[in-house]
Design a protein around this ligand. Structure first.
Ligand SMILES: C[S@@+](CC[C@H](N)C(=O)[O-])C[C@H]1O[C@@H](n2cnc3c(N)ncnc32)[C@H](O)[C@@H]1O
Length: 266
């Protein structure tokens, strides 16, 4: 099933905001992926849905030869600029997780940190991640998992103000279900799935809102199209939720995720 129009909208949405300001809140997830995968001198490593490149920069520090791609041209531009500022030569390219432009078995390691989960055709993503990974090579993918409150509720509120996805489009949170991963990735990879959390602390809902309304494409895009009263209701729902997560030390949003590690079958 093709979702070309939806993906064009996704590319514009993710690219509408400076995601590099949000990526820092994911640093411990990036570290978890890079430490688990290892890398090392001369290892061919592809990062899919790389955003503004932060995981790729960490992976490059292991000595690996990194290639990275993302659906959103604007974010790829930012990744290239950030690489140049760091003196790194990493080919950052526009690319779709459902139809990767790389040859079969080209990489020793293939990663995607909460990136490929956003592509609508999950079966195509699984077979593409497998196709470009060499036999014996490894996959490292992260996916948000559902839990009471936390990141699940955060995306639920965004979804309740966004247009519904077209029929048949996969839901990102499905990748947080081990059975879903086994069904789609299991034929290609021996899988090991572990649970993690990357909590997100901030002091007030305003602090979070200021960052996300400017720098997180899905929220910025929504605010650009919602009529004023819907935009106000969206903000109020988000604030109500964030206040419900408040503790004596401020707000610490749980962001549970699974790390899906796979060894490519021969
Ligand atoms: C939450 S961001 C994560 C970015 C990065 N992996 C990180 O951890 O910082 C999700 C990323 O997935 C990308 N993405 C969404 N759909 C995609 C697709 N079909 N193919 C490749 N990338 C995609 C978006 O453009 C965005 O950069």
């Amino acid at each position: 099933m093709a979702f070309e129009e939806l993906k064009e909208r996704h590319a514009a949405m993710w690219g509408s905001a400076p995601f590099e300001r949000v990526a820092g809140t994911l640093a411990d997830m990036h570290e978890c992926v890079v430490q688990t995968m290892g890398g090392g001198e001369g290892v061919a490593w592809l990062d899919v849905g790389c955003g503004t490149g932060e995981l790729a920069f960490m992976a490059a520090a292991t000595g690996a030869d990194i290639t990275a791609c993302d659906l959103a041209p604007n974010l790829v531009e930012t990744a290239r600029r950030q690489a140049a500022e760091r003196g790194l030569e990493i080919p950052f390219e526009v690319g779709d997780a459902e139809a990767l432009q790389y040859g079969d078995a080209s990489f020793d390691i293939v990663t995607s940190s909460i990136g490929a989960i956003f592509a609508p055709n999950h079966a195509a993503v699984a077979s593409e991640l497998a196709r470009v990974c060499r036999p014996g090579g490894r996959l490292g993918m992260t996916a948000w998992t559902s839990a009471e409150g936390g990141v699940d509720k955060f995306f639920e509120i965004i979804g309740s103000y966004a247009p519904p996805p077209p029929p048949g489009a996969g839901i990102p949170f499905e990748w947080g279900e081990p059975e879903h991963c086994e069904e789609l990735l299991g034929p290609f990879f021996e899988l090991e799935i572990t649970s993690h959390n990357t909590p997100w602390p901030f002091e007030t809902p305003d602090e979070m809102w200021d960052l996300m309304s400017e720098s997180f494409g899905p929220i910025k895009t929504l605010l650009g199209v919602l009529p004023p009263e819907r935009a106000a209701a969206f903000k109020a729902d988000m604030f109500e939720f964030l206040e419900s997560e408040r503790t004596a030390d401020g707000i610490d949003l749980d962001r549970p995720y699974n790390l899906i590690v796979g060894r490519r079958r021969s």
